[in-house]
Design a protein around this ligand. Structure first.
Ligand SMILES: *[C@@H]1O[C@H](CO)[C@@H](O)[C@H](O)[C@H]1NC(C)=O
Ligand SMILES: *[C@@H]1O[C@H](CO)[C@@H](O)[C@H](O)[C@H]1NC(C)=O
Ligand SMILES: *[C@@H]1O[C@H](CO)[C@@H](O)[C@H](O)[C@H]1NC(C)=O
Ligand SMILES: *[C@@H]1O[C@H](CO)[C@@H](O)[C@H](O)[C@H]1NC(C)=O
Ligand SMILES: *[C@@H]1O[C@H](CO)[C@@H](O)[C@H](O)[C@H]1NC(C)=O
Length: 473
């Protein structure tokens, strides 16, 4: 009797002590928590095991839980982990994942990140999220893919070029539709996420390459979002509109990642421009930041108001990923627009990180994080890979304050100059066979400091192919 009570007590004690605790005044304490959460994120990733598909969080619904695009968010999150926490443990896995999901068809050159498995059902936003991960790899100087494959910046440019050709001026005065293929459900919608991701990609390419084409498209996309009412005069950002004769049917859901992506892109534009252009972006950015903070961070921690605050709508398997995207976008904006840094840190980044960590006391290991940051202990205690990714992004965001944690973002002048300039002429046709240019690979290393990890990548890829062939036989 005594013994079992004692062991119960001990079990309870060890579970309680497993819960994550962070001293936010201490960089090493924040980083230690980031390491724990990062390894809990990667615990869920099986794509590098035999018979699984590299890059993905399992099969898409209905067979599995999460859609294709969420893989891109996973790799963006892990790239940020390297960037802010300076830990390269996962870089070679990230590199393998991005390479694999560019696909193996010949159009991976001029139509990147639309592998055949998904091309019939992909949205412009899905494809752009993969491009944004490649963009990050370029900015963070992850060594380029091996010779014979497009470089990171070429991948980002290729997606941009293919999306420019999908810009649809025939309806609603412009904008990207949600879906790429006319027969897909959702082709009759123009959603903010597709256009905001395209905007952010353009802004980042503008900064990286200093090519005016990108600046022009970023301006144009921002203006279109505003003209069409997806961004209102108070800088509120709405979800989507239905393409019909007058394009006035705007769905007024407000999703944090739409605002986050626009905020991040505007911060890149602010950072990249000068004089009166910069003043314009400063004003736009300041307004959008104020509205975003008031809308989603009114109590401090980020709340996904469209579903978290709703009795009728639960956060679905896409919506549970938005918080992480938003936290990463805000952290990025805070570094690119120092005038906003204190405000973002005080009103959003820090309170979200602190609240997120307080939910990290669940799951089998007693330290997995929950979804409802604003009400720890209350509500559902659901754990899973999106919750871990969100929490990791929140924790990393609190490192923005620490200059030592911040690697400067590359441009094509600072590195990879031999890879950066030559944008390919993008093909807009899925299945297009045209292939132009050749890649002149720089390094094969994957760990961010030039050491070669190419061999591991190819061994892992080979194993997966072998397993797939075996399964067919
Ligand atoms: C990097 O992360 C790994 C896995 O989370 C951890 O084992 C390792 O100690 C970390 N390295 C440093 C230098 O913190
Ligand atoms: C496409 O699906 C097949 C079968 O599941 C898989 O082996 C292959 O790796 C997938 N390709 C990509 C790019 O995910
Ligand atoms: C600028 O970018 C556009 C779009 O990717 C490309 O077509 C053009 O060739 C680039 N210009 C230069 C000078 O690299
Ligand atoms: C945003 O709000 C801050 C105060 O919280 C204010 O100082 C600033 O002027 C506002 N910015 C804009 C562009 O409205
Ligand atoms: C642009 O961003 C860098 C960080 O990447 C920052 O040091 C610099 O001050 C920013 N420029 C402006 C004009 O805010």
């Amino acid at each position: 009797m005594y013994r079992s009570t004692l062991s119960l007590l001990l079990a309870g004690a060890s579970l309680a002590s497993a819960a994550l605790q962070v001293d936010f005044g201490s960089i090493s304490s924040i980083k230690a928590a980031a390491h724990d959460v990062a390894s809990d994120v990667m615990f869920y990733y099986k794509g590098n095991q035999p018979g699984e598909t590299p890059g993905l969080l399992g099969r898409p619904p209905p067979a599995g839980e999460y859609y294709w695009w969420t893989g891109a968010i996973l790799w963006s999150t892990m790239l940020d982990y390297w960037h802010y926490a300076n830990n390269k443990t996962y870089n070679s896995i990230v590199r393998e994942a991005l390479l694999w999901q560019n696909g193996h068809e010949s159009n991976r050159w001029n139509l990147p990140f639309l592998p055949l498995n998904v091309s019939a059902q992909a949205g412009n936003d899905d494809q752009a999220f993969w491009a944004l991960a490649a963009m990050q790899a370029a900015e963070f100087r992850i060594p380029d893919p091996p010779k014979g494959e497009p470089g990171w910046i070429e991948l980002a440019q290729g997606v941009f070029n293919s999306q420019v050709q999908r810009w649809d001026s025939k309806t609603c005065g412009g904008g990207l539709r949600w879906m790429i293929v006319p027969t897909s459900k959702g082709y009759n919608l123009k959603n903010t996420a597709s256009n905001a991701a395209f905007f952010t990609l353009a802004a980042r390419l503008a900064r990286y390459t200093d090519n005016q084409t990108y600046t022009g498209w970023a301006e144009k996309t921002w203006t279109w979002l505003s003209d069409v009412g997806l961004m209102d005069k108070d800088s509120r950002i709405f979800d989507l509109l239905v393409v019909d004769q007058d394009c006035t049917k705007v769905n007024k859901f407000q999703l944090s990642y739409d605002a986050g992506l626009l905020l991040q892109g505007a911060a890149y534009m602010y950072n990249h421009t000068t004089d009166s252009n910069q003043a314009t972006w400063r004003t736009r950015l300041g307004r959008l930041a104020n509205t975003t903070l008031a809308t989603f961070f009114s109590d401090g921690p980020l709340v996904e108001i469209a579903c978290e605050g709703s009795k009728s709508i639960t956060c679905n398997s896409d919506m549970v990923f938005y918080k992480g995207i938003t936290m990463r976008a805000l952290a990025s904006a805070a570094t690119l627009a120092p005038f906003l840094r204190d405000q973002l840190m005080r009103e959003a980044l820090r309170p979200s990180a602190e609240a997120a960590i307080k939910t990290c006391d669940g799951g089998v290991n007693g330290r997995e994080c929950g979804f409802r940051w604003a009400e720890p202990g209350a509500g559902e205690k659901k754990t899973g890979v999106p919750m871990e990714m969100n929490a990791l992004s929140a924790v990393l965001g609190s490192l923005v304050d620490d200059d030592r944690a911040y690697h400067p973002l590359a441009t094509n002048e600072s590195e990879n100059a031999n890879r950066g300039g030559g944008a390919r002429s993008g093909g807009s046709q899925i299945g297009s066979e045209s292939q132009t240019g050749t890649g002149s690979g720089a390094g094969d290393g994957a760990d961010g400091d030039g050491k070669s990890a190419g061999a591991t990548t190819h061994v892992a890829v080979g194993l997966v192919v072998a397993a797939f062939v075996a399964a067919l036989a």
